[in-house]
Write a protein that binds this ligand. Structure first.
Ligand code: NAD
Length: 359
């Protein structure tokens, strides 16, 4: 099969880690007989430097015409003082909205070989962490009505949380479909239904969708309790579904439970097979251009692309197994070195190890 992939290398460590994932995809192509073609496009700070805008029209067109999009990361201190609509991060929102990507999927898994990296108590770590956070990505308070006005006590500012039945239904369905493919078949829906009307509608609609999936257990949890449970007893979570803002906050919390930001992938999906895949971390300007970045999060994002956009489950698992085996064998980049006295592998050395383990 032939697949066209748009590459948004972006800024900072973006080009290094995307090149690593490309190497891995090429190897998978050779092994399983697929042809991946890669077309680079500008996005983020590098696009601002070259064209004056963070997301040139050509990039949007290229992403729309491709079978899927692989992104490194965008941003850096060089562009920090620009106005909001000219910031590199606008590129992410632009691609999400151009491709209609309303579902964000972030798995957070604690590798057995990296238990020492987990900041939680040993008895909690022992039970393991293997959850998938499904966050609504294009609605809620980040997109609701906002503004400033004169109030009795001076200036006021407001943001509005608004969700339609349709928006809740489609994200709930994504969560239940994900749960159906997992062993535990459990969904925990996180809201603030004791206070917010939007959360009460969220809960009603999630329950309606749940009725279509009798094999999946569905539980509600209030967001304040969820924040606590994620550090107290993270092993209880299998699939988590939540709104845009709650998901933004809780997915960062769940990622930290697993130890390193350099390991975690993500997928953003809509109604078509074309999605955007990216590591959860940023452009790490402090280590950019030094060949120190951990490429694993981006390589695992490529594995998610194979699974969700191309339905290549065996190929995705092959990458995930290679990563697991490399970590089990004790190979480490600097960010996951812990107390080891060994010299860390560089980005290219870690990539080479993973290629070696994809037999
Ligand atoms: P960051 O994730 O870039 O870095 C935080 C820390 O983690 C740094 O010490 C960095 O060196 C380290 N780190 C991150 N990824 C790593 C990797 N793969 N291997 C080893 N170490 C890694 O977050 P930040 O410093 O807050 O942000 C830097 C820039 O990235 C900012 O401009 C921010 O806006 C942008 N950003 C972009 C995205 C994105 O493109 N999706 C996401 C978050 C932040």
């Amino acid at each position: 099969m032939k697949y066209n992939i748009a590459l948004l290398r972006g800024d900072g460590i973006g080009p290094e880690i995307v090149d690593s994932a490309v190497e891995v995809l090429k190897k998978i192509g050779e092994k399983y007989g697929h042809e991946f073609t890669f077309t680079p496009y500008l996005a983020g700070g590098c696009a601002i430097d070259a064209t004056g805008v963070p997301l040139p029209d050509e990039t949007v067109k290229g992403c729309k015409e491709s079978d899927s999009v692989l992104l490194g990361a965008v941003g850096g201190p060089k562009w920090d003082t620009l106005a909001g609509n000219l910031r590199p991060e606008r590129a992410l929102l632009g691609v999400r909205s151009a491709l209609g990507l309303y579902t964000n999927i972030r798995p957070a898994k604690l590798y057995q070989s990296l238990k020492a990296e987990c900041p939680l108590r040993a008895d909690i770590v022992e039970k393991g962490v293997d959850l998938v956070m499904i966050r609504e990505l294009t609605g809620g308070i980040y997109f609701g009505e906002r503004g400033r006005r004169k109030g009795e006590n001076g200036e006021e500012a407001y943001d509005t949380e608004c969700y339609s039945t349709m928006e809740i239904e489609r994200i709930a369905r994504a969560a239940f479909e994900t749960a159906m493919k997992r062993e535990r078949k459990s969904v925990i829906s996180i809201d603030k239904a004791n206070v917010l009307e939007s959360s009460r509608l969220w809960r009603e609609v999630v329950h309606k969708v749940a009725a279509e999936y009798p094999e999946v257990t569905c539980t509600d949890m209030l967001v304040d309790n969820a924040a606590m449970q994620l550090v107290k007893n993270p092993s209880q979570f299998d699939v988590v579904v939540t709104s845009n803002m709650f998901g933004d906050i809780l997915s960062d919390e769940s990622s930290q439970v697993t130890g390193s930001i350099g390991l975690l992938p993500s997928a953003s999906l809509g109604d078509t097979k074309c999605g955007m895949y990216e590591p959860i971390h940023g452009s790490a300007p402090d280590i950019a251009g030094q060949n120190k970045a951990n490429p694993i999060a981006t390589i695992l994002s490529a594995a998610m692309m194979l699974r969700y956009s191309f339905d290549l489950e065996d190929e995705a698992r092959c990458i995930e197994k290679a990563v697991n085996d490399v970590l089990e064998a004790g190979y480490r980049t600097a960010d996951i070195l812990g107390t080891s006295k060994e010299a860390p592998l560089s980005c290219t050395e870690m990539t080479a190890k993973i290629l070696e383990f994809i037999k």
